[in-house]
Design a protein around this ligand. Structure first.
Ligand code: UD1
Length: 342
């Protein structure tokens, strides 16, 4: 019998790619999503790639009674990957209570039911935002957690603390927190990808929408940073590479290879790229000029961050494989497909 894994937020961007990788590695996937930032058609995409349509339950994880009914129905869960959360930095500044309510209550409902129903393994979707602007680069998992720059970032920090405190009294729980750098790109088949609602906040969907003619021009936020070309530097990681790290984390938990019951891993490539480098790489792979202009820095942005990936490489046994160019090409192919561009 296949091991059954619950993927919360499984129709979302990273959740859908992870569901595909889990199915392809022989796991049975059950998805919970309230579709607040994703669409039901994502299930078709997952099915087209894998030939399997995962079980799907649509409800909000903040509704405690529904979470409990779910655990009463699905009694064979081996592990949970918890993606479901709000993730827009700017929106979290405008609506902090909505972010704390959604991101923290859902986690606590899950933890309470994991305890009650004996589910012992959790992979938690965290972020490099917990490091703020690190003092040393590349940033290691031992770098201090800095005061959060936004309510969104704070929900990731508090979530890690909630998990840690709960494990003090529930030592049978095992958790891996994966701290993502900047996930980009889409599945190579173009059956699933990123589907931002409204004007994208993140760089790559804004770039692909500009190239598709949906946005007039990209605004590059700042060219006066202390970086080689003056634009801000991030560690852009292919979403399929990132998804595969979740499968490795699940294998590790189920095989009980973890040395402590709460582990953290940075998921990045180990290489930083500036905004202008991303623009140039995109122009190269698409063979077209991108409309852009330099504007002021965006408030709350840090200057530069990239991952020290040694722990993920050596302990987790995972490494990002796909290049920035290939990843940008996958993002562009996806954009073309959803816009019907040849
Ligand atoms: C942020 C969060 C990250 C979160 C992610 C998800 C921080 C430090 N990081 O990443 O934790 O998971 O959002 O939403 O809070 N840029 C432009 N023009 C644009 C858009 C972006 O120049 O139109 C630049 C930004 O200034 C930045 C880089 O591109 O330098 C990447 O931005 P973005 O894709 O929004 O990600 P982060 O802000 O790094």
């Amino acid at each position: 019998m296949k091991d059954q894994i619950l993927v919360t937020g499984g129709t979302g961007y990273i959740g859908s790619h992870t569901s595909v990788e889990l199915i392809e590695k022989g796991y049975e996937v059950v998805i919970i999503d309230n579709l607040s930032n994703s669409s039901i058609e994502v299930l078709d995409g997952i099915e087209k790639i894998t030939g399997v349509r995962p079980a799907f339950e649509q409800f909000d994880l903040c509704e405690a009674d529904k979470v409990k009914s779910f655990f009463q129905k699905y009694t064979g869960l081996k592990a949970i990957i918890h993606f479901a959360a709000f993730k827009a930095v700017g929106e979290s500044v405008d609506q902090p209570l909505m972010y704390y309510q959604n991101n923290l209550i859902s986690l606590m409902n899950l933890l309470r039911n994991m305890d009650e129903f004996g589910v012992k393994h959790l992979v938690f979707s965290s972020s490099c935002t917990v490091y703020g602007q690190p003092d040393e680069l590349p940033v290691t998992e031992n770098a201090p957690v800095k005061p959060a720059e936004s309510p969104y970032g704070n929900t990731k920090q508090i979530s890690e603390e909630i998990i840690r405190d709960n494990m003090q009294v529930k030592p049978e729980l095992n958790t891996i927190a994966l701290r993502y750098f900047n996930p980009i790109g889409a599945h190579s088949t173009s059956h699933i990808g990123e589907l931002p609602r409204g004007v994208p906040n993140n760089l790559v969907p804004f770039v692909t929408q500009t190239a598709a003619g949906i946005r007039k021009e990209l605004m590059v936020f700042g060219d006066d940073y202390n970086t080689p070309d003056g634009s801000a530097v991030r560690d852009y990681i292919n979403v399929v590479d990132l998804a595969q790290a979740h499968v490795v984390a699940i294998n590790r938990l189920l095989q009980k290879k973890n040395n402590s019951n709460f582990e953290f891993f940075n998921l990045g490539t180990g290489t930083g790229s500036s905004v202008l480098e991303v623009v140039k790489a995109f122009e190269k792979v698409t063979d077209q000029k991108l409309n852009y202009k330099i504007v002021d820095r965006r408030s709350g942005d840090i200057e530069k961050v990239w991952a020290d990936t040694r722990v993920a490489n050596e302990v987790l046994g995972w490494k990002a494989k796909r290049s920035l160019e290939d990843t940008l090409e996958s993002a562009w192919n996806w954009e073309k497909k959803i816009r019907g561009i040849k």
